[in-house]
Design a protein around this ligand. Structure first.
Ligand code: OSB
Ligand code: MG
Length: 368
């Protein structure tokens, strides 16, 4: 590939409904949209999924922007690459900053798929034609959450994830279970617990949750292994798996039975694939995690989730889950609980230029 320039746009849009965890509420989303232009005239899209503030990861929109502008784009411009597989190594002189790296790397994968004239899912080894849709409810108000779940089940979603905290976890989950006995349900704690809460977490065993996501420290794998040996519910790690070696060590230690893969968290599609392949070899199921993102990042998640190890429904909902209007066309839609893998080359979605104009608050071009 021969890249001739990059455009970065910062977009900002309100969520239809606030999304709340024990860490706080998200009411508005900013993200960086990356457009990489190839000399053959193909444009690849990426999305930086860091939030405006560092509540979930240490990266923010502004730190990602800084790292992209001052380091990653210059590296790509000076050295160039032949294939997106080389991007992770090219960016290795920059420590961490995985969301900034993934924003650019995912755009390079889109360019490569378009150069080859094939869907991104095919390029990375995807085998599915459609993937099951899952949705996340971030609403601590139980009556409202029950209504939301009911609505999502009517739309066909195949699993529901709710956010929990030690304050009301037992009552919250037991009410949901009472109303939806057979629902494939999982709970995400976003590090709300410590090892002192083993009994609280053990008490949730009776609800037959698919898994409990990241109950303990956001950078922990040791205590999770101690916890997993004491509870029945499978532990899924999210925040603490930011590298391939984190995944390897967590599996070796028995810290989790499932891994949630987020392309942004691990620094790109290349690393996400390596972690997927390793998990498959160890019999650990994986699923695609969400970041309340726009359609570009969702499209990359959809391609990733077509790999054979993604045996569990991910945080993959349609564009209308969070947005009045998404920045892509066509929008992502859920039919009979499934999202179709696009057949067009690349990610299979274009930017909706009219919507981009409405929501862009800053843009900048870099010529190579
Ligand atoms: O922990 O999985 C998480 C959203 C923002 C930050 C962290 C998480 C989430 C979600 C996914 O739960 C929500 C979604 O994209 O639908
Ligand atoms: Mg999570």
């Amino acid at each position: 590939m021969d890249i001739k320039g990059v455009k970065l746009s910062i977009v900002k849009m309100p969520l239809k409904l606030p999304f709340t965890t024990h860490l706080g509420s998200v009411t508005e989303r900013e993200a960086i949209i990356v457009e990489v232009e190839d000399r053959n005239g193909f444009t690849g899209y990426g999305e930086g999924v860091a939030f405006s503030s560092p509540w979930y990861t240490e990266e923010t929109v502004q730190t990602s922007y800084h790292v992209l502008k001052e380091f990653l784009i210059p590296l790509l411009s000076k050295k160039g690459i032949c294939h997106p597989d080389e991007a992770f190594l090219l960016f290795s002189s920059v420590r961490r900053n995985h969301m900034a790296k993934a924003a650019l790397e995912t755009a390079l994968w889109d360019v490569q798929a378009k150069l080859e004239g094939i869907p991104l899912s095919t390029l990375i080894g995807g085998t599915m034609e459609a993937i099951p849709a899952g949705v996340v409810v971030g609403n601590p108000n139980l009556p409202e959450a029950l209504k939301q779940i009911e609505g999502y089940l009517e739309q066909g979603f195949q699993r529901v994830k709710v956010k929990i905290s030690p304050e009301d976890d037992f009552q919250y989950i037991s009410e949901i279970r009472k109303q939806f006995p057979g629902l494939p349900l999982m709970a995400d704690a976003n590090s709300a617990y410590s090892l002192e809460d083993v009994d609280r977490l053990k008490a949730l065993d009776e609800f037959g949750l698919l898994m409990v996501e990241q109950p303990l420290g956001y950078d922990d794998i040791i205590d999770h292994a101690k916890l997993q040996s004491q509870i029945e519910t499978p532990i899924c790690l999210d925040e603490s798996i930011v590298t391939f070696d984190d995944a390897r060590k967590a599996i070796e230690l028995g810290s989790c039975k499932v891994i949630n893969i987020k392309i942004g968290r691990v620094g790109g599609i290349g690393e996400a694939k390596r972690i997927h392949d390793y998990c498959v070899s160890k019999g650990i199921p994986v699923w695609a995690g969400g970041m309340i993102e726009f359609g570009i990042s969702r499209a990359h998640n959809i391609a990733l989730a077509s790999l054979p190890g993604f045996t569990l429904p991910g945080d993959i909902s349609g564009s209308d889950r969070y947005w009045e209007a998404d920045i892509i066309q066509p929008e992502i839609t859920v039919h009979n609980g499934m999202v179709k893998i696009p057949e067009r080359p690349g990610i299979g979605f274009e930017l909706n230029n009219k919507r981009m104009k409405e929501v862009t608050i800053f843009e900048e071009r870099f010529k190579f």
